[in-house]
Write a new protein. Sequence first.
Lengths: 376, 616
Amino acid sequence: MPSEIRREQFEPPSIIGNLLRKLHIDIPLFITLLLAALTSFIILYSAGGQKMDILVKQSVRIGLAFTLMIILAHVNPIQFKRYSALLFSIGIFLLLAVLIMGQIGKGAQRWLDLGVFRFQPSEMIKITTPMMIAWYLAEHSFPPKWQQILIASTLILIPTLLIAKQPDLGTAMLVASSGAGVLFFAGLSWYLIVTIAGILAAAAPIIWHFMFDYQRARVLTFLNPEADPMGRGYHIIQSKIAIGSGGVYGKGWLGSTQSELDFLPESSTDFIFAVFAEEFGLFGCLGLLSLYLLIIGRCLYIAAQAQGTYSRLLASSLAFTFFVYVFVNIGMVIGVLPVVGVPLPLISYGGTSIVTLMAGFGILMSIHTHKKFLPS
Amino acid sequence: MSKIYTIKDSILEHRLFINRIVIAFIVILALTAGLIVRLVYLQIVGHEHYATLAKENSIKIKPLVPVRGMIFDRNGKVLAENTPSYNLEIIPEQAEDLKNTLIRLQQLLAISDEKIEQFQKQRRREKSFASIPLIIGMTDEEIAKFAVARPFFPGVDIQVQLVRHYPYAELASHVIGYVGRINENELKSLPEAEYRGSSHVGKIGIEGSYETELHGKTGYAEIETNAQARAVNTVKTNEPTPGSNLFLTLDIDLQKTAYDALDIYNGAVVAIEVKTGGVLTFVSRPGFDPNPFVVGISNKAYQALQNSENQPLYNRAMRGLYPPGSTIKPFIALAGLEYGATTFAHRMYCPGYYQLPGVAHRYRDWKKWGHGSVNMNDAITQSCDVYFYSLALTLGIDNLQKFLQQFGFGEKSGIDLQGEKTGLLPSKEWKRKQRNQGWYPGETLITGIGQGYFQVSPLQLARATATLANKGEIVTPHLVKTIASADAIVAGPENHQGRIELNPDNLENIFNAMINVVHSASGTAKAVGHSLNFHMAGKTGTAQVFNIKQDAKYNENQIDFKLRDHALFIAFAPAEDPLIAVAVIAENGGHGGSVAAPIASKVIKQYLKTHAVRNP
């Protein structure tokens, strides 16, 4: 590890290298993210009915997200660590605020209207939860002990339950997995992992009991979409038709009939992968999955190279959460997971999710470009 | 922050962490592989299945309804056409404020609340982009009013629709028939693919019997639709083939003459072109206006037609059955000559009644004091009943039935219309089968003067007259002269059906006797003879509505109109080379000579006037 740092430290200064170092940008991650953004534009143009205004809105969002990423990349990870608990607390407070006075949107209370734009505290909590858990565990000796695991679990459960109550099952799950990811990377013993998995399995009927009707319906629909082809099963059936009809080579760009003719609902948002698969076929899907693996691989590499427990745990958790994102969305679109409202990361049209994701990548870049000889 | 790590701790911790990173990456790769397996399953294994589903999703077949063929008379006058009907239609999603739009329209055009309600009902069933009619069949005034205000009514527009129209209304309703909305029974029997887009089907008359030709072939368009079934793009079209135009043998002017000539009488006038079998007039009076049936006749109006005393819906020309009365006499006379039962010159004495040997019952002649000494010519000219009682008895019912059957009595004429009645030509066999009774000689007698069980339709009578005029060449009446489709003009039904072998001398004698009916001083139809500048052969007849008691005197003026005898007349002309044959029945007309004969003569006169120009 020290050799790596030295190499970077004593590299002959070049103009570009200097500039990049000053910008705190990780080139491989940056390029792959740009590729993803480009893919997003291409498929959104088709899925969104070839309207330029969608692309304009999306490019504004991506521009904002990249800006935020670069800003966060400039922040020293020490600052993240320092404000972890505070940011987490603010996040929890905002979640409570949403619950109490939040606006109704799509039958769920998720937004806080800030006048200029709507703010989704659950998005912020996606990042502040792993920050909080990483900070908490980093403060204690390794591997974490029973007491710390219990406290960490409680810290994870609070935002998870608040978000599930909104109700936003998808985000709740992502928040839970980001926290759980930290625990896993912190070296949670396999014995405990198996035990917790067992407890969760046993708790499934209880969770079922507390689920909202529409959430139960989604699970049932997932189990047997053909039971209600025009109702709840419609999404999954039309999505499978789109993907399957794409075949190996796809119908070509703008060739999607399923979304073009509105058979596929939410084709620009949660179900955009179906459009992608219809137009670009199996080869296109393999390409997109490879791009995601490159991003995840680079993030895990950054985590492995990170200095200090906090940075490692946070970086690895962010990488893992990104994968969960991809897996849950694609899994749902291809009909192997229940339909939960999770967009395809970096590709789907829409709001705050891309900003949150890019903020996460900003933190990863910050971790990677602010290394010192000594741990903080 | 305050925690201090030992180097050992740090190394151990890092090792554990790297371990976890590697495990996480392996898990990620495994799960990604799982996704890929599923994608392979969907996109390679299930590709064909899903590709089919995707196609079915988006391609819809829309039928393209052909334009129905028109119907013309022999001179090209339009009998059935497709006229534009203007509907006020609203596309709800394009109307800015539907509620307000409806209120304003109601004010502008005085639309009834009932229509608004009906519109709302239909609107709820349809997609918001469907055009829904508010007013069907706008008046000129409504069109003008709306046209001015149209800019203020977005989403509201006048739509044109073709509606079947019969310009001659009740005049030819029984020949042409009408189209009406397809009912449930028809829906089952009609070919589904052909009628997918059609709302109407020919019900009766020519419209009914030539439905296939008039309808044409339905085309289709393959239309790409979206999930809301909104048409997006037409992929392929197969144009419909319009229905064939029908040119009838009917002469609508002649039809009008015949219809008007019946005047106060219910009845039928069927005129046939002798040489071709083409039907020139096919009148059943009263007729009815078929136009309300096209758009859907109200129950009240229909009940009124159904319950009318004059039965306008009843097609008297081919479904009305009447005793032929004395009009049968020329045929019986011909049978007598052909079978050698008598000669033309043979004389007998008519005392005004006829008695079977050993039976007290007197079979009356219409002329109470008798015709005196008569031969066949006299018997036909003066319509002597006694002569024909005697001749019928000599011939016997078997011979009568055999001979008359050849002229088409007791069987369908084969006209190209549906619902024709067969009538009844009685025979021993018929009576045994139907009544389980033996045949009485008295029944032979009354058959000889066209009474008793004997029943014919005006169409059958006209056909028999035409066959007689055609010297035994059997005439099959038909209405369609030519069928003109887009790529071919074909002739209507064939005429020839064989011939009856008849002695020309016998025929000439009968023809002469029939000329005398009209042109001689003693003829029963001499009143019409004076005005003719050609020879018309005819025979009068009366059909009893009820039986007159023995020795009771029948007085036309004293009995109720509805109980008066039906007046009949058959005729053909010119007698030397017959072109037209006519049968007339004027219900309750009383006397054939004075009521039915003038009607026939008017028709024949008009026909020959125009025809003489073409066939000098």
